[in-house]
Ligand binder design. Structure first.
Ligand SMILES: [Ca+2]
Ligand SMILES: [Ca+2]
Ligand SMILES: [Ca+2]
Length: 152
């Protein structure tokens, strides 16, 4: 579907081509997020966004368009060392912060959430994070509990 937008046939999408693709599927991404997302989705690391890379992340783009502020805030909070990935140790630090969870509990939670680490490299990419963050498991174990503490 996006092939037609790669007008010069480079196999990857220039900014304006990408914008047209997003318009076509009705995803509204604010300009300052484009670079962040392009970097996150550049799986083969060539500095460009291939059509395949865009297709793989369409569901993430939809979620990002809807929950942008919440997702970006959470991702930046969780990514303690700012390397663009959430490592298990970072997740554990967040979960045990100020006694939110015991070490034992956080280990159990992480082992449950580790299924969202799709490529099993021990860290969550932004795409993996979005899926994890919006999952029922995460809502049940973390979000709800967080709200309970907040309202106390
Ligand atoms: Ca690429
Ligand atoms: Ca990190
Ligand atoms: Ca991963």
């Amino acid at each position: 579907m996006f092939r037609t937008k790669d007008r010069d046939g480079t196999g990857w999408l220039k900014s304006d081509e990408l914008e047209e693709c997003l318009n076509m599927v009705g995803v509204d991404i604010i300009p300052e997020d484009m670079e962040f997302l392009q970097e996150r989705f550049d799986k083969n690391g060539d500095g460009h966004l291939q059509i395949e890379e865009l297709m793989d992340n369409l569901h993430v783009l939809y979620q990002h368009a809807i929950h942008r502020d919440e997702l970006m805030t959470a991702f930046n909070t969780f990514d303690i060392n700012k390397d663009g990935y959430i490592r298990y140790t970072e997740l554990q630090n967040i979960l045990t912060f100020r006694g939110f969870m015991s070490a034992d509990e956080s280990r159990k939670t992480i082992s449950m959430l580790s299924k969202y680490d799709r490529n099993k490299d021990g860290k969550f990419s932004y795409s993996e994070f979005v899926e994890m963050y919006l999952s029922d498991e995460f809502a049940d174990t973390v979000t709800k509990r967080h709200e309970e503490i907040d309202t106390k």
